[in-house]
Design a protein around this ligand. Sequence first.
Ligand SMILES: NC(=O)c1ccc[n+]([C@@H]2O[C@H](COP(=O)([O-])OP(=O)(O)OC[C@H]3O[C@@H](n4cnc5c(N)ncnc54)[C@H](O)[C@@H]3O)[C@@H](O)[C@H]2O)c1
Length: 338
Amino acid sequence: MAAAPTFYVVPGSAVKSLIDDNRKQVFDAVEAAYRLHASGDTVNPDSYFLRYADKPNARIIALPAHLGGTVQKSGIKWISSFPENRASNLARASAVLILNDPTTGYPLACIEASLISATRTAASAALAAEHISPHLREGALGVIGTGIIARTTVEWLLFRNWKFRKISLYDVDRKEAERFSAWLQDRHHLQVDIQYRLEDVVRGASLILFATTALAPYLTDEKLLEHSPTILHLSLRDICVNVILASQNIVDDVDHCLKANTSLHLSEMATGGRSFVAGNLVDVLDKRVAPDRHRPRIFSPFGLGVLDLAVGNLVLEAAISSNAAIAIADFFSNSARW
Ligand SMILES: NC(=O)c1ccc[n+]([C@@H]2O[C@H](COP(=O)([O-])OP(=O)(O)OC[C@H]3O[C@@H](n4cnc5c(N)ncnc54)[C@H](O)[C@@H]3O)[C@@H](O)[C@H]2O)c1
């Protein structure tokens, strides 16, 4: 007779230490999830957006997914984005991840997921950076939008042994850039410069990270990218259509990326086609698409729910085996039919 599972809760403090202790495994799990997705062993429907008429900036997104392979977990991430939270020093994003057993459908765990989400985003950006940059793990880094996603991505680039000869920052809110600069100095002993103009960061950088909360594209001057940098376009809505069309575009999943008024979606609407997308990250990993040194190379990841499942599953297994998960044995106390 099948018994209902024990339900686990994994708090954010445990998630943080488990990710810190298992970075290599997390990085590998993200790459494996991309490969499973490319091979068709996943289900990753469209994300579902809850929006508010009186707060156009705010949203809560549901990302249901199933990941096959050796993971065999289904689940959903429910993630809020409230940019105004920043005014009271509260993170923009907050999230939970529910993992389900795909055999019985039963929920297995509820895991604090803002860090899981930032981690899978940052690890996937670091994976892309090392496969689409002509100069492996070196150069000058430019960061546009110096919030939590940028901080997490820089952490992962440093974990992957990038050595930057220069780091430049730009944020519309200079105080945010100053905080980021202080963090880099205190935590990583790295000196940075803070620029007053976006142009001064973009021109000097061989690796550019966009992690803003811009709702509509603003980078329109193609000449700023004449030096053909590698661009991690994590915020998806910073780069204007003409710049997208003049670049080599790599995505995580083309159907997902060309939605929700992303720069790529606007480019598809402007051209009526998708031929400006060179391929997905697995095409690059498997050398079906070669990075083009003579154009900017832009990685635009929509952010797949299957990545959250991959990292969440790893965290749950590590949490159970180290007794960091809170077990609620009678959560499904009424599950026997008779
Ligand atoms: N693609 C993905 O998988 C993925 C995953 C997670 C988050 N994101 C995106 O990453 C972005 C950043 O998230 P976060 O948690 O770091 O947010 P955050 O609020 O912590 O930081 C965003 C920063 O961008 C700055 N900013 C806003 N508009 C700007 C502009 N036009 N130019 C320069 N700076 C600007 C803000 O002042 C702020 O400091 C969000 O857009 C989020 O949706 C993408």
